[in-house]
Ligand binder design. Structure first.
Ligand code: SF4
Ligand code: SF4
Length: 90
């Protein structure tokens, strides 16, 4: 596979993986103490206001500190939230 095709393949794989997310916001604290960057969209789902720079130290609305990590890290460390769509991955 040449570089360009590999790049396209990787992008498609990444999009397919990200599309699994139902945007329920659970992993960002939507049901309890949300991250300050969490926002609700018009369709009643959630999004991150700072997605590109999201990883690393963050604060919740009540002022608690935590670290935002990738969903892959949640999967690998077994910390997926109960309603997370990635729990159904085979
Ligand atoms: S910074 Fe992380 S935890 Fe906060 S809303 Fe964005 S993705 Fe969620
Ligand atoms: S808990 Fe899972 S499905 Fe819900 S927003 Fe987070 S990654 Fe997406």
């Amino acid at each position: 596979m040449d570089d360009r095709r590999y790049e396209m393949y990787s992008r498609r794989q990444k999009k397919e993986f990200e599309d699994i997310c139902s945007r329920c916001g659970e992993c960002c604290g939507a049901k309890d103490d949300p991250c300050v960057s969490l926002a609700m969209t018009k369709d009643g789902k959630y999004c991150c206001r700072d997605y590109k720079n999201r990883l690393g130290p963050r604060k919740t609305v009540s002022g608690k500190s935590f670290t935002c990590v990738t969903i892959r890290e949640h999967i690998n460390s077994g910390t997926l939230r109960p309603g997370c769509a990635y729990r159904n991955l085979k």
